[in-house]
Ligand binder design. Sequence first.
Ligand code: DLL
Length: 432
Amino acid sequence: MIWNETKECMSRDEIYNLQSARLKKMVKRVYHNVEFYRKKMQALGLEPGDINGLEDLYKLPFTTKQDLRDNYPFGLFAVPQSEIVRVHASSGTTGKATVVGYTRRDIEIWQECVARVLSMAGIGPLDKIQVAYGYGLFTGGLGIHYGAENLGATVIPMSTGNTQKLVTLMQDFGVTAIACTPSYLLHIAETLEEAGQIDNTKLKVAVCGAEPWTENMRKQIEAKLHVKAFDIYGLSEIMGPGVAADCEFHKGLHVYEDHFIPEIIHPDTLKPCKEGEVGELVFTPVTKEALPLFRYRTRDLTSITYDKCECGRTLARISRFKGRSDDMLIIRGVNVFPSQVEAALLEMGETSPHYLMIVDRVNNLDVLEVQVEVEERFFSDEIRQLESLTKKISHVLHTALGISVKVKLVAPRTIERSQGKAKRVIDRRIIE
Ligand code: DLL
């Protein structure tokens, strides 16, 4: 059994002591093995002996994605290449890829973290799980794959790319669990619906992540596919999937604090946020051998609570992600997140969860158009219905976002489906 009470139900004092001891050891190792950090610490007048526990974490410098890019490809690795057994990389939209590496021990810890997540979702050796995250340089496919194997589940390594085959094998093999992005799972559900098979699967659990999704979207997935859906979070720089995940109470994602120290900071002042206050999530992975980072700024926006969960776990919980600070659009001076649009649409309940935001600048004024898919019948019925729904959605979005929105209702399947992370925004203002 992977669900590990000793690690997930420690007292807050025990967690503090464990993190302190691991942090102290890690800082020493990094100082001696990574020139980049040694120089940074020296510039701050810091020596490893100055970091004696968690209370000294704030003294360490932050790390950003740019630091990884500047040290491309292996400059921040803390072990010789002979100890690196795997690398992954994320392409990103701008600049060089971010390259991350793992020792054998790092891979073992990763497998255990993912196994803990899957076990928390109720998956075990009797389950057959389709892993439908991309395999390859992306951490999603291989990360979940080895975690599921570690748990003893039967793994079907689907990757992405062939939804028809995925659906056929799901039926033929009696698949009971699936791991993929939430947007891809909706596409899989559509494919099952078209085949008239949506009510005939043996699926009972879905473990979704790698992109922001709302609680309403989670509920919609549960209702459509008759499954229990869980949220899994992670990022390549820190490890990959399995840094945090939610339990059956869905009251935030438990962070595996025995390996990753979370902080929430104000993205502008870099000062710590209060418990419950939304800010930028920062992680210090204290057991990583190949790529230990000091206070990595994730850009993900969330809040944290240290209260014990109803499930009995004492691990800190981060709230469902609001988005990334770099996902945030500023439209006519107002901060807008795609997740606000998704939440408002799903709350309304009269549209599909497929939407696309297009931002443009017309006569020096920012204009937001939201395209939303609605059922075919709206197009065949009287034009009045379409108009009244358009008006209603415009009103709902105006209230939710605080800016006026041009709504365009489109027919089913108009918006491009993704098999990985969904693209929700086209910002034409950048191209000028
Ligand atoms: O997306 C790792 C992963 C794979 C997580 C499979 C979960 C499942 P990256 O490609 O490095 O790694 O992207 C990391 O994706 O900083 C978040 O912005 C976003 N993200 C990941 N999981 C969630 C989630 C993988 N559950 C970036 N909710 C992160 C919201 C998520 N955003």
